[in-house]
Design a protein around this ligand. Sequence first.
Ligand SMILES: Cc1ncc(COP(=O)(O)O)c(C=O)c1O
Length: 461
Amino acid sequence: MAATCDNNTVLQITKCFRTIRYAPNCPHFAALAKFCHNSLQSAVYDVANRDEGRISGKRRTLPLAFCPPFAYAPLDAFGASRSLPPETAGFTKDMALIQTPYYLIDKSKLLQNMEKIAELRQLSGAKALLALKCFATWSVFDFMRDYMDGTTSSSLNEVRLGREKFGKETHAYSVAYADHEIDEVVSHADKIIFNTVGQLTRFADQSAGITRGVRLNPGVSSSSFDLADPARPFSRLGEWDVKQVEPVMDLITGFMIHNNCENGDFDLFDRMLGDIEQKFGSLLKRAEWVSLGGGIHFTGENYPLAKFAERLKRFSGEYGVQVYLEPGEASITKSTTLEVTVLDTLYNGKNLAIVDSSIEAHMLDLLIYRENAKIAPNAGPNRYMICGKSCLAGDIFGEFDFPSELKVGDRISVQDAAGYTMVKKNWFNGVKMPAIAIRELDGSIRTVREFSYTDYEQSLS
Ligand SMILES: Cc1ncc(COP(=O)(O)O)c(C=O)c1O
C-alpha cells in the first residue's frame, strides 16, 4: 500500500478497539466505499473529507468482514505517521524504525488495567472515572471508553477534553473556578464538585441545572510526601468541618473525598474509609453519591480486588450512595514507556550516558519527587548514570545496570511513563518533544502525534 493520500477522501473504520483509516489508494478502498453506502451492521466508519486540515463526515455502518486487519492504510492523510518510512504504510512492528524520543503506549498492557477496572465495577457497582490530570492522551480514549464510566477533571480545559474526547459521564472539579469560566464548565459537565462551600454558594445560580457536590477533607491520607498530601496541615483541598457543610445540604447531592495517594495497601484504605465514616457519617447518610477519588492502586499485582469490591459495595449499601472512583495512575500504570537514544557517553568517575530526552522536560515528576526512573532490563555488569540533555545539572534519570557497555545510538526504554508525565511535558531548553506512539493489540505500532519546531514556537509568543 502506498503511503500517500492524493485526494481528499479517507475512510475511517473503528473495529473492536482499533481505528483503521483507508486511504483512496488502498486496494480495499473502492470495495469499502461501495459497502459503506449499503448501511450494513457492526462496525462504524466515517467518510471524512479533509478540508484544509478539518475533518468532517457522516457516520455509517459497515460489516466487520470488511475490516480486514491486513488492510491498513497510511495515516498520512491526517499527517499522523511522518516518523515512519513510507514502506511501513504508517504501521511498523519494529520500534527501532521510530525516531526517538517517543512515548509508547502499549494497548495490551493498558488492557490489563482496563480489565481489572471493569471487573471492579461489576463486582462492586462502583463507577470508575478516568482522572485526566494524570493521563489525558486522548488517542487511546476510544479503547478505554468501553471499560470506564467517563472522566473527571481539574480545570475548564480538562472538563472540555473529557466531554469532547471521552464522553460518557463527565465530572467537573477544580480547586477554584473563575467567574469567567463557570458557565462553560457547567456546559460540559454532568456533575460539578466544588472545592469549598464558598465556591458552591458563589456559583449556585450558574450551576443550578446540573448535579452538584462538595469536596470533603477527612484530615487523614496515605501520602508520604508533604507536597502531595491532600490532608497536610492547613490544606485548602476541601471542607473539613461538618458544621460548614450542613447549611448547604439542600444545594448538593453528594461528595468527593480524595485522600488516598499511591495506596496499594487495602487495609490502610479500609481503615481510612472507617475514619471518613466516623467523621462525615451524618453527611454521607444524606448523600446520593460519593466519589472516593483516586490514589488507590487496585490494578497493581496482588491487590485484593474482591475484598476492595466488597468494601465499596458495603459502603454503598450502608449509606445508600452510588460510589465513584477516580483512578488516574491505576488506569494507566505500567502501560507506557519513554523510548530514548544514547547521544554521548563519558567517564567522570562514573560511567555516564546522555540521552535525547530530559527528566525536567519529559518526566518532571521524577524531579519533583526526587525519584529514579525505572529502566528495563536493569541487570548486567555495566553500571551507568543515565542523564538528560537539558542544561540542568541534576537532569538525571538514575543509575542502572546494562548487559553490555553503552554506545552512541543504543536505545533505552524508560518504564512507567504514562502517569503525570505526558500531561506535564514542557519545552524547557527547546528539547525535542517526544512523539506519541501506540502499540496496537496485534503488535503493530503507529505514531499518533509528532511535535515540531512550530509547536515549540507556538507555545510562546
Ligand atoms: C481529586 C483527585 N481525583 C483523582 C486523582 C487521581 O489520583 P491517582 O492518579 O493517584 O489515581 C487525584 C490526584 O491527585 C485527585 O486529586
